[in-house]
Every structure is written in C-alpha cells, then in structure tokens.
Design a protein around this ligand. Structure first.
Ligand SMILES: Cc1cc2nc3c(=O)[nH]c(=O)nc-3n(C[C@H](O)[C@H](O)[C@H](O)COP(=O)(O)OP(=O)(O)OC[C@H]3O[C@@H](n4cnc5c(N)ncnc54)[C@H](O)[C@@H]3O)c2cc1C
Length: 279
C-alpha cells in the first residue's frame, strides 16, 4: 500500500537567499519554521491558497507583518467565486494582511539582516522570512519507477487498487477514481473502505460531500468545491456580514457551495443537499 504523501512545489527563484525559503509539509518543517520565525517581525508568504491564507491569518493575529503574493486575482483562487473571495480578502486586509495579486516573486536576496523579495511587478518587499505555500505535488516517483499507472497521482480504481494487483494507494499520493483530494476526510473514507477490502470484503470508497473548513478565524470560510469538469454556475448572495455562494449544475442540482463570514452557519444544511462525489 502506497501512502507516501506529496511534496511541496518549489517556485524557481533567483537570488542568493532563494534557499532560505521555507515550506511546511510536516512537523519537522513546522518546527524549523517556528525556530526561524522566533523573534522575527515580518513575513512574505508565497501563495494565497488554503495554507497561505491560514498562515497569513494566524501570523497577523500574532502581530507579525504579513505580505501575501499570488499571481491569481483573489485569495483561494481555485476554490471561491469572486464575491466570496472578495469578502475574505477585505476581512483579512482589514486585519492588516497585505495582498499582492496578479504578480509573483522573482528573486529572494539577502539584504542583511533582512531579505529582499523582488516581485515581477517591480515591487521589492523587505522581510525577515519567506514562506512558500504554492501547493503540493503527489509523490509518484516510486510508483512510476515500479511501472504503475500514474497521472497527477498514483491512479487507482474506486477500491484503491493501482494498475497492479494487490498494490493499493491512498492519501495525498493517490488519484482515486479520478480524484486527488489532499485532505484528511477523504483519506479516512479511503482507509475505512480499504480496511474492509483487505479483510476480504471488496468495498469501494464512498466520498460524500466533504466541505473544507478554512482555518481563517478572522473570516470563517467553508467551501465544498463542485467536482472538476461539472458544467454549471455560481450564484452569490452578498450580505454585510458574509457571502453565501451556491453552485448548481446545468440540471439545477446543487453540486457545491462556498460560505464566508456569518453564512458559514448554513454549512450542515447545505452539505446534506449536495450529492456524493463518488459512490
Ligand atoms: C500546512 C498544512 C495544513 C493542512 N491542513 C489541513 C486541514 O486543516 N484539514 C485537512 O483535511 N487537511 C489538511 N492538510 C492536508 C493533510 O495534512 C494531508 O492531506 C494528509 O496529511 C496526507 O496524509 P498522507 O498520509 O497521504 O501523507 P503524509 O501525511 O505526507 O505522509 C506521507 C508519509 O510517507 C513518508 N514517505 C514518503 N516517501 C516514502 C517512501 N518512499 N517510503 C516510505 N515512506 C515514505 C513521508 O515521510 C510521510 O511520513 C494540511 C496540510 C498541510 C501541509
């Protein structure tokens, strides 16, 4: 059973401090990050996705100056429709997070005792630490070298079986019936099914609707992304205290939602209405 996880994607950066850019993918990374952060006041975060926004919120709450850089036009660019993202952005900005959208970091150079992060739009940010949170790539090298079928992840059927009999994959490294879902809940679903299969009762994995709670307490956010490739559209209802966005497919079925601010109270009710992703 392959459960080898995923590697952080590294942005190719120029500059003599490029090697000092940290990413956090496990506890030892996190310990290193905390050690380097100790006594520092400023941080640049590459990536305004889930992990970038969560770190931005926490570090800002701890009094750190936070700049977040992302080539997209909004935070959680692949998950949130525009008004919901705008609400999240405005709330984090009001808390003091500085976003730099539509650009990317090009170099990270020593400017002792600081670090200078130069962006493609000509801005240079003086900072103490650069954290990269631009995403993860499933670890597929071992599977590929073993002749297993790989795509984005290690390709498995709904029973978690790879292209080779008796070789299974699950977790961040796996692409299960077309889905690579790097979150704990799908892994738990997969592990339960696989346990039954390995005990002699072949059991396909079931993925119910699994909303992701974004840990940005300054602006509570929950998103249940529509399955990739589903035709449909977002409808957003904006209120002073939050945004409720629903994604219906072309047949009118609710296939996903995004809730920001006070609208997160609707999470449970909406989750019941979204059909399972798989099974
Ligand atoms: C900062 C951060 C925050 C997150 N927050 C959330 C969250 O709030 N909610 C949520 O649901 N998910 C969250 N996730 C995602 C979640 O942590 C992952 O989906 C989950 O840990 C993946 O588990 P895994 O077992 O597939 O991989 P991992 O936990 O990465 O474990 C893989 C293990 O395999 C080992 N390994 C690698 N190669 C080999 C090899 N060749 N042989 C043997 N062992 C090997 C690795 O050393 C590692 O110990 C977060 C992830 C990060 C990085």
């Amino acid at each position: 059973m392959l459960a080898v996880g995923a590697d952080p994607i590294r942005l190719p950066l120029a500059g003599n401090a490029a090697e000092s850019v940290l990413s956090v993918n496990d506890l030892s990374d996190y310990q290193r990050f905390r050690d380097v952060l100790d006594g520092k006041q400023r941080i640049v975060i590459l990536g305004a996705g889930l992990i970038g926004c969560e770190f931005a919120n926490d570090l800002r709450s701890a009094g750190i100056d936070v700049d977040v850089i992302d080539p997209a036009a909004q935070p959680l660019g692949r998950l949130l429709p525009p008004q919901a993202a705008g609400f999240l952005r405005a709330t984090l900005e009001a808390a003091g997070v500085r976003f730099h959208f539509g650009t990317t970091a090009q170099s990270v150079a020593s400017a002792a005792p600081a670090i200078a992060a130069a962006l493609a739009d000509g801005t240079t940010i003086e900072t103490d630490l650069v954290l990269s949170a631009i995403g993860l790539r499933p670890r597929i090298d071992l599977a590929r070298a073993s002749g297993l079928t790989v795509n984005r992840g290690i390709v498995t059927d709904a029973f978690l079986q790879s292209s080779a009999k008796d070789v299974y994959a699950l977790g961040d490294c796996a692409e299960v019936a077309g889905f690579n879902l790097p979150f704990v809940m799908p892994i738990m679903q997969a592990a339960r099914a696989l346990a039954k299969t390995l005990h002699g009762t072949p059991t396909p994995v079931v993925y119910p609707a699994m909303p992701v709670v974004v840990k940005t307490p300054t602006c509570p956010t929950v998103v249940c992304p529509p399955p990739p490739g589903v035709d449909g559209q977002w409808e957003e209802s904006v209120a002073a205290d939050g945004v409720r966005a629903l994604f219906h497919d072309s047949a009118g079925t609710l296939r996903g939602f995004a809730l920001v601010g006070a609208a997160t109270k609707d999470k449970q009710a909406l989750t019941k209405d979204v059909p399972p992703l798989l099974g």
